[in-house]
Design a protein around this ligand. Structure first.
Ligand code: ATP
Ligand code: MG
Length: 296
């Protein structure tokens, strides 16, 4: 099962990605988390900061080539590494990555783990590429991995880059649930409307769900309910004293310290993901359609 947390800058993508990942790790099923944001914050929230170095970022040029070569395997349809595009699906000879076997997979050298939770960081601009590349270029290796990832009976969680960038590549099409975080503000509702429009255009409207974050009172709730359709709404995540304290201390997150009503919301996200988990074939069809539209 795959979920990505999306939304405007500062809405709570990283916080909710981290909390949800830690929460579902409690099921003992494998959890693979991707930090796909330019500003890398997940390692700190997981308490992994000391063990994550830029050498582990999968967008590092040499690493991209190594991983791509591995994914291609003996797939004779792909002659060169550059031919493995963002919409290239696995076929005979391709190597897949099974989240139940991460410790023996190509990702073992590019991830940090604690028990059944693994974190992979996509990375930021490489210094020598500033001005020559954009972040979307860095995301292609992430798209390649998602295309070759087997996630049955486990969780893949992504902290996405802010804004609507996921629609500029295949990322919007890669997840069972796109969890859009909105705050009780007019600007956040505008972001929701923009996202909703793009999700309809991109054929992923049924995958788009909303979480209202930083809720303080009934009037915040009314504001949200007046603007968000019921079918898409997961629930309210309240302004959290515990999270405010974390911001002051920079200590790693501990689910047991989170307020009970916020834990309830994490369960509601889990239920939404489980109910909406798609067959791999459905996702592949969607990516194939994108391929037919954009590939040369
Ligand atoms: N429910 C909440 N209660 C209190 N503070 C919160 C809550 N949700 C998020 N925050 C705080 O809001 C700030 C922004 O959250 P976060 O970094 O998760 O957002 P983001 O969407 O990932 O931002 P960016 O776009 O910069 O990556 C952080 O200081 C975080 O601790
Ligand atoms: Mg963030």
């Amino acid at each position: 099962m795959r979920i990505a947390f999306v939304g405007k800058g500062g809405s709570g993508k990283t916080t909710l990605s981290a909390l949800f990942s830690k929460h579902v790790a409690g099921t003992k099923k494998p959890v693979l988390v991707f930090d796909a944001d330019l500003n890398i914050h997940l390692p700190e929230l997981f308490g992994f900061k000391e063990s994550v170095s830029p050498d582990m970022y999968i967008s590092k040029l040499e690493t991209r080539a190594t991983i791509k070569k591995h994914l291609i395997g003996s797939n004779s349809n792909i002659k060169e590494i550059v031919d493995l595009g963002k919409t290239t699906l696995p076929s005979e000879g391709s190597n897949l990555i099974d989240i139940h076997n991460l410790d023996k997979s190509i990702l073992k050298d590019y991830s940090v783990k604690e028990d059944n939770l693994h974190l992979v960081v996509v990375g930021t601009y490489e210094d020598d590429r500033i001005g020559k590349s954009c972040y979307h270029g860095n995301l292609v290796i992430f798209e390649n991995i998602l295309n070759h990832l087997v996630d049955k009976d486990g969780y893949v969680v992504t902290d996405m880059v802010a804004g609507v960038d996921a629609f500029a590549n295949t990322l919007h099409a890669q997840f069972d649930v796109l969890a859009l975080i909105v705050e009780p503000t007019k600007r956040s509702i505008e972001v929701f409307e923009h996202y909703n429009h793009l999700a309809k255009e991109g054929g992923v409207h049924k995958n788009l769900f909303i979480i209202a974050n930083k809720i303080r009172n009934e009037s915040d709730k009314d504001f949200i309910l007046n603007h968000i359709p019921e079918r898409q709404f997961i629930g309210f995540f309240n302004e959290s004293e515990y999270l405010r304290e974390i911001e002051r201390t920079s200590s790693p997150l501990e689910i047991s310290k989170l307020e009970p009503e916020n834990i309830k919301l994490l369960n509601m996200i889990k239920d939404t993901l489980e109910v909406n988990a798609e067959d791999t074939e459905d996702r592949f069809d969607r990516i194939q359609r994108l391929h037919d539209r954009i590939a040369l």
